[in-house]
Ligand binder design. Structure first.
Ligand code: FMN
Length: 150
């Protein structure tokens, strides 16, 4: 397998809990069947997603995600070959965080700043940020178990 990741940010359009549930249901069954792993964060109306899997497979999925009417301004912030999966075992991990949590965890000044990140070296800020979620104990053990507020 030609293991790659794609990380993008986008702006959600009229997102509610039902939309999120629908996206996750599609993602979890499709990704599971196609050996795709990753994480989707919903951050005050915007999405941050990392897709991991075979290059051709995730590239095709990304084309479909880009044309999805539930979001716009889909902007690639990282696309690289990877050695290992960061979200092994997760067909699509999900949480909703607020912008304050985002800036604290990422060190990036604002969410808007992510839209101007150019896909560059592998250890770019977007990938470093995503990797922080690989350890379930970060930021706290109960963090992933709390109800996601949309
Ligand atoms: C923010 C966002 C993330 C998504 N992530 C995935 C995903 O990881 N896997 C997936 O199969 N579909 C995902 N989707 C849904 C796809 O965009 C699309 O609905 C799905 O591939 C079915 O496409 P089709 O209706 O053209 O067959 C996502 C949609 C949005 C808006």
């Amino acid at each position: 397998m030609d293991l790659h990741h794609i990380i993008y940010v986008s702006k959600g359009i009229n997102i509610n809990q039902e939309t999120i549930d629908d996206i996750l249901q599609t993602a979890q069954s499709f990704n599971d069947a196609h050996n795709i792993t990753g994480m989707l964060l919903f951050i005050e109306g915007k999405f941050f997603q990392i897709l991991e899997g075979d290059k051709a497979v995730i590239t095709k999925l990304y084309e479909s995600i880009k044309s999805d009417q539930r979001h716009k301004n889909v902007t690639t912030v990282s696309a690289h070959a990877i050695r290992n999966r960061t979200f092994k075992g997760w067909s699509m991990r999900f949480n909703a965080i607020d912008e304050k949590e985002f800036t604290e965890l990422s060190g990036i000044s604002s969410l808007g700043a992510l839209f101007s990140i150019k896909p560059g070296p592998k250890d770019n800020v977007a990938f470093v940020f995503a990797q922080k979620f690989a350890n379930k104990s970060f930021p706290s053990t109960s963090w992933w178990d709390r109800p996601a507020i949309i």
